[in-house]
Design a protein around this ligand. Structure first.
Ligand SMILES: [Zn+2]
Length: 604
């Protein structure tokens, strides 16, 4: 048996590998003082009610009053959640996190009157203020994000009624989670070593990547047998959820659920349509990649359960964290000296919590707020995958850094639609750097396939999900009952269209829709695909060496939420309402697929 590695406790980790949170609050006492001050500030907020209509000066006073409470509250919240994540078993930190969550809830309910009261101001009067009152200038876009949705906001009484129905309207989605995460029981299957293991979602993710075909086949068949048994219940929870989206969209005077979901960020539906059209045109590239998989794996038949097993061995590249920092700096050098200076600042000022310890939250993220550094949580391993994670999270942190240093507080964050673009651009730059730097065939094959797999999982697969999601909302809108058979039949067709003839469309895959939590997110997944493709195109622009293109990219990082996401990206050089940026991303995919094909042939 392999030796079981013991994780250090939080106290045993050497301080230079932990993040330094003392610049946020020097000690517990400082936190408590801030907490008390914010708490009484929050209590004052309802007193601002009723003043908005008195004119631009009153409006300004209220906005600033509200933001001056949100800002320090957010700081308390971020501090407590970082503390909590560094050791989730620490009872003191658990309490901090619980207290700040309650503080945020109290804050939310103490300012709930603001939007309805703002929208109750006569349309023309408010428009006049926004155009002419100099004191409101810094807040014009901030207020527009509320007033632009005016036609979709109901009377305060109607909004209150809908809010009260919220729990009931979410019941289908909640039932899905309970069934999927808690109640479903899976049988035992064999793992790689021939041991019997109880199947779970987590174990399935491991076994489906097994290098032994019989192991992944069994995991696949057993998992889907369970889902098949509950397909009518899953169809019912999905249908209930779709009906909620369609109902709320109609109630708020949107033409459909898609327009409602995308309208929040002012993303035109043409962005969604451009994605689906372009991906469909380029499906032959996915078919080619899948066929290559079959060839490399030397399988007589390629099944749906063969799509996740690695087709290249692990590269002989291993990095200590110190070496990885050097590599990251070299890979990101194309972003210019200013960008690199801030990356160095992140390394040298302890913004990163590097290694795993007992109780530390798993995975990786970048987090912070306007008045803190953009911290990074990692669970470092000495491999190439961790280097990719490091530059990814650094992309988020630099985005936050540039935004908070170039925008006022009210525009000091950014939406999900643009967030993953900054991180994925960095990964793409690392891919380019590795391919240029390491001629070793094993490394080249690994890096190329890492890219191709990422593209497959993000651009192709998420668009497949987006297409399905849109189909079910439209069908329900047209009065078609979403039965399990109807859903499975359509899903199977869609799956065949995406993966093509090289893969056997196993009947089990028809039920895949039943286990995808993202179908409950309300038009969320398309953003993974658009973000990945935009990042590809932006990375190519940066690598062209054109100063202006690089400056346009940095300008996007500096924009925060000072404008709507589509406009921010347009200024960076990518028009996401058109298909050009997608065509460019597919051209890159094709080029790397060519390279990988050639390499695979030469390696036998
Ligand atoms: Zn990310």
């Amino acid at each position: 048996m392999a030796e079981v590695k013991q994780l250090p406790t939080r106290k045993q980790v050497s301080p230079e590998l932990t993040w330094d949170l003392t610049p946020i609050y020097h000690d517990q006492k400082a936190f408590e003082q801030a907490f008390e001050a914010v708490s009484s500030q929050i209590d004052q907020l309802p007193a601002l009610q009723g003043e908005l209509k008195n004119g631009p000066k009153s409006l300004l006073k209220v906005i600033e009053g509200i933001l001056s409470a949100i800002r320090p509250a957010e700081k308390l919240y971020v501090y407590a959640s970082l503390k909590h994540d560094q050791d989730t078993s620490n009872a003191i930190n658990q309490a901090l996190s619980g207290r700040t969550q309650m503080l945020m809830t109290r804050l939310g309910s103490n300012i709930a009157w603001f939007e309805p009261e703002l929208l109750a101001i006569d349309r023309q009067t408010l428009e006049d203020w926004l155009k002419n009152a100099p004191e409101l200038k810094p807040y014009v876009h901030y207020l527009r994000t509320i007033t632009d949705e005016r036609d979709h906001v109901l009377t305060p009484a109607a909004e209150k009624l809908l809010a009260q129905a919220g729990d009931a309207l979410n019941a289908s989605s909640d039932t899905f989670s309970v069934l999927n995460d808690a109640d479903l029981e899976f049988p035992a299957v064999e793992d790689n070593d021939g041991n019997s293991v109880q199947l779970s979602q987590g174990i399935y993710d491991q076994l489906i990547q097994s290098t032994k075909p019989e192991v992944r086949q069994m995991a696949f068949k057993q998992l889907y047998a369970v889902y098949h048994q509950f397909r009518h219940t899953f169809a019912s929870t999905l249908m209930g959820n779709v009906k909620t989206h369609n109902f709320l969209a109609k109630a708020h005077h949107y033409s459909d659920a898609r327009q409602a979901a995308m309208g929040v960020n002012h993303i035109p539906v043409s962005v969604f349509d451009a994605l689906v059209t372009s991906v469909n045109e380029h499906l032959p590239l996915l078919h080619r990649y899948v066929a290559l998989r079959k060839q490399i794996l030397k399988l007589p038949e390629l099944h749906m359960y063969d799509l996740y097993t690695p087709i290249t061995g692990e590269p002989k590249l291993s990095y200590s964290f110190e070496q990885a920092k050097e590599e990251a700096l070299k890979a990101l050098a194309v972003l210019g000296p200013d960008y690199l200076d801030h990356v160095k600042e992140a390394f040298n000022s302890r913004w990163i919590d590097v290694v795993e310890n007992k109780g530390k939250r798993s995975g990786a993220y970048s987090s912070g707020m306007y008045d803190t550094s953009p911290y990074i949580l990692l669970n470092w391993q000495d491999n190439l995958e961790s280097l990719f994670t490091l530059v990814h999270e650094m992309g988020h942190s630099m985005h936050s850094y540039y935004t908070t240093h170039n925008q006022p507080y009210q525009y000091g964050d950014y939406s999900i639609f643009v967030a993953e673009i900054a991180s994925t651009t960095n990964e793409t730059l690392l891919t380019d750097y590795l391919l240029k730097t390491y001629p070793d065939k094993q490394v080249q094959a690994y890096v190329l396939n890492h890219y191709l797999d990422g593209f497959k999982g993000t651009v192709f697969r998420q668009t497949q999900f987006a297409e399905f999601e849109h189909f079910v909302h439209e069908q329900d809108g047209a009065g078609h009952p979403l039965t399990a058979d109807f859903l499975s039949q359509h899903y199977l067709q869609l799956n065949q269209k995406y993966y093509g003839d090289a893969v056997i469309s196993d009947p089990e895959i028809a039920d895949e829709w039943s286990r995808i939590p993202h179908f409950y997110y309300n038009y969320y997944v398309y953003q993974y695909a658009t973000g990945f493709a935009a990042a590809n195109t932006l990375a190519s622009r940066i690598l062209s060496g054109d100063e202006n293109k690089r400056a346009a990219y940095l300008n996007y990082l500096k924009s925060g939420s000072s404008d709507y996401p589509i406009q921010v990206m347009q200024k960076a050089g990518v028009d996401m309402t058109k298909t050009d940026y997608l065509d460019q991303a597919f051209a890159q995919f094709e080029k790397r697929l060519d390279q990988f094909e050639k390499l695979a042939k030469s390696m036998g």
